[in-house]
Ligand binder design. Structure first.
Ligand code: SF4
Length: 632
């Protein structure tokens, strides 16, 4: 097969393929963009680079057709756990149908599992480690009509024998052209943006790729990050996923970056991964002062289990650091893994109880995956960890965690995701548990049983469907004689927080000025309830309930008497407001539909027109109702 050597005046066409696990704000081809920026900087017009976004729900045939449509001479795939088999299938089709096309792969799976991945598909070469310098070297060889196999950082499999050239280490990450500043990414095509601020990890957890064995962390300079931050603001990016597996391991640098964010990009939502042991009050306050959420890799609540995979864990220190976040009002979540060596169903439930007792905003739970190239995968047989041989390499059974119990843990994980994380239960979860004297994992196990066949496709459940499941389940939980009298109070708390969270996420309408309101002929207007405003019925006076809310349902029940109320909950001026309404005004709001006039609805309800006009004037000023065309 002849290699592509562009004719004088034409250019080599390189397509970099990113196959994403789904369509989400994190589905950004950042690795491809780093490569594209490096190749473009090295060769300018001599190489035409295309970045192609594909998704794992597309067939191999469709992916291959879309790659071919870019008419590449050279095509590279970023291979991860979730796309390995699809990448290999696409490479097989491309090589069969377009033999002169040169194919290569890179990414974490390529680095960790070179021989096996090269054997799995007709790759011409594989790039391991940092991909930019090896790819530039390989393209230079190709442009000269030579084989790329000689490039540093490139591996091939001639006659089934691995030939892997050591990579030339990058001295400084800043040597790499920025994938953001170089313009190779078009941010308006993506719902979010990835922002890599370091590479590597100084920890060495046995189950993880990121440590890469060297425990070396390299960081982009704060000066470069500041330029990228300004670019993110200019490009109106709304949310950024910070790629640094231990953002706060260098405390001074973390504080400097957080201050920059507060100054330059206060409107962008950032997601960070942090280590609890490095948290302090200053960081907690800074995290709370910007728009962000933190993810902390707890993995297990058992120090014995964590020790067995190379992690140290001081439970008391963890609790005190998380308390700093709670005191500051920072938003955070934990990762948990079930099935680590020594873990069992009882151990996982204890981890779940420990984690939820610390009031995280969300909990992301995964089964153990034995990733090729990690220390744990190498010890799998010795530890009798039976796992899928192919991606996602999930644990199937271990001596302490038989398959049937792993299945129960999986159901618990799903129940936690729906009921707690997506159900935004953090503000009331422990309050509801206390009178029932149930540990969190027991409640979730019962919710898993309640879900049964009600849930349909778990991924497709929207906020309203989850709210209906939560309230239905809570009604069954509180059906017991001792708890029954607390049910209305429990449901009021859940209902209020559901609507509050929805109002918080909603975009408020443009407020009308007093002058603007005064000019309107109110009785003739045809307003409607704003999409950002929520009307809700309660069994108690919701404002009094909020005043006495203490985390203790029994105590609250002593202080309050049932008194039905109707409230509207809505965003206004950067806060969420709650107004209780006379039922007549509630009916007025329900009937205002954007088609009938205020006067007509007032007549229907038998309400004096002056009262209706006064209320609608107030509601328009607050953004509770909007005029059609001004409801954003
Ligand atoms: S799990 Fe986190 S801390 Fe441990 S090696 Fe991986 S990235 Fe580093």
């Amino acid at each position: 097969v002849s290699r592509p050597v562009p004719k004088p005046g034409s250019s080599l066409r390189l397509t970099l393929v990113a196959i994403h696990p789904g369509r989400s704000p994190q589905s950004v081809p950042l690795a491809a963009a780093f490569l594209a920026a490096a190749v473009t900087a090295a060769f300018a017009e001599a190489v035409t680079v295309t970045i192609l976004d594909l998704y794992t729900d597309q067939s191999a045939e469709e992916c291959a057709r879309l790659v071919r449509e870019t008419q590449p001479d050279l095509a590279g795939f970023s291979v991860y756990l979730w796309n390995r088999s699809l990448c290999c299938a696409v490479a097989g089709i491309l090589k069969r149908e377009t033999p002169p096309l040169t194919l290569f792969c890179g990414g974490p799976e390529a680095t960790a599992d070179q021989q096996q991945l090269l054997a799995e598909a007709p790759w011409d070469f594989l790039i391991h480690g940092d991909g930019e310098t090896p790819l530039v070297a390989a393209v230079r060889l190709l442009l000269g009509g030579r084989e790329p196999a000689a490039a540093a950082g490139v591996a091939t499999l001639p006659a089934g024998l691995l030939q892997s050239n050591p990579a030339t280490p990058l001295k400084e990450l800043d040597e790499l052209p920025s994938p953001l500043l170089s313009g190779v990414l078009e941010p308006s095509r993506y719902a979010g943006m990835l922002w890599q601020i370091s590479r590597g990890c100084s920890f060495n957890c046995d189950f993880c790729f990121d440590a890469g064995g060297s425990r070396q962390v390299r960081r982009f300079s704060v000066q470069r990050l500041e330029e990228e931050l300004r670019w993110l603001v200019q490009q109106r990016v709304s949310q950024v996923f910070v790629l640094d597996s231990t953002f706060n391991s260098d405390k001074a640098r973390a504080v400097a970056i957080l201050r920059l964010i507060r100054k330059i990009a206060p409107a962008i939502h950032f997601h960070f991964e942090v280590r609890s042991e490095f948290l302090d009050r200053e960081q907690a306050n800074l995290f709370a002062s910007i728009t962000c959420s933190l993810q902390i890799g707890l993995q297990s609540g058992s120090s014995g289990v964590l020790q067995s995979v190379g992690r140290r864990f001081n439970r008391a220190d963890f609790v005190s650091k998380v308390n700093l976040l709670n005191e500051a009002g920072a938003i955070f979540g934990f990762d948990l893994i079930y099935g680590l060596p020594g873990d069992s169903l009882a151990g996982f439930r204890a981890s779940l109880d420990f984690a939820l007792g610390l009031m995280p905003n969300h909990l992301d739970i995964f089964p153990l995956a034995l990733l090729p190239g990690t220390k744990l995968a190498a010890r799998a047989a010795e530890l009798q960890l039976v796992h899928l041989p192919a991606p996602p390499y999930t644990l199937l059974a271990s001596p302490a965690f038989p398959a049937a119990e792993l299945a129960i843990a999986g159901r618990l994980a799903e129940a936690c995701d729906i009921f707690y994380s997506r159900g935004k239960a953090v503000s009331w979860f422990l309050t509801l548990l206390a009178p029932l004297q149930l540990p969190p994992s027991e409640l979730l196990l019962r919710f898993a049983a309640y879900l049964g066949d009600k849930r349909g496709a778990a991924d497709a459940l929207d906020d309203s469907a989850i709210f209906a499941l939560q309230t239905g389940f809570i009604a069954t939980l509180y059906a017991a004689p001792g708890a029954k009298r607390l049910l209305p109070l429990a449901l009021d708390l859940v209902t209020y927080n559901h609507h509050y969270a929805a109002a918080l996420m909603a975009v408020p309408p443009q407020p009308l000025s007093k002058k603007g309101l005064a000019r309107l002929r109110m009785a003739e207007l045809q307003p409607q309830l704003a999409p950002s405003a929520r009307l809700a019925d309660f069994s108690y006076d919701i404002l009094k309930l909020l005043e006495v809310e203490s985390g203790d349902l029994k105590q609250m029940a002593k202080l309050l008497s049932p008194a039905a109320s109707l409230a509207v909950i809505y965003p206004h001026g950067g806060e969420i407001r709650t107004e209780t309404l006379h039922p007549a005004y509630g009916r007025l709001l329900e009937r205002l539909d954007g088609r009938r006039s205020v006067a007509a609805v007032a007549t229907e309800l038998g309400m004096p027109l002056a009262d209706a006009v006064e209320f609608v004037t107030f509601a328009l000023g607050e953004g509770i109702v909007v005029l059609p065309g001004n409801n954003q």
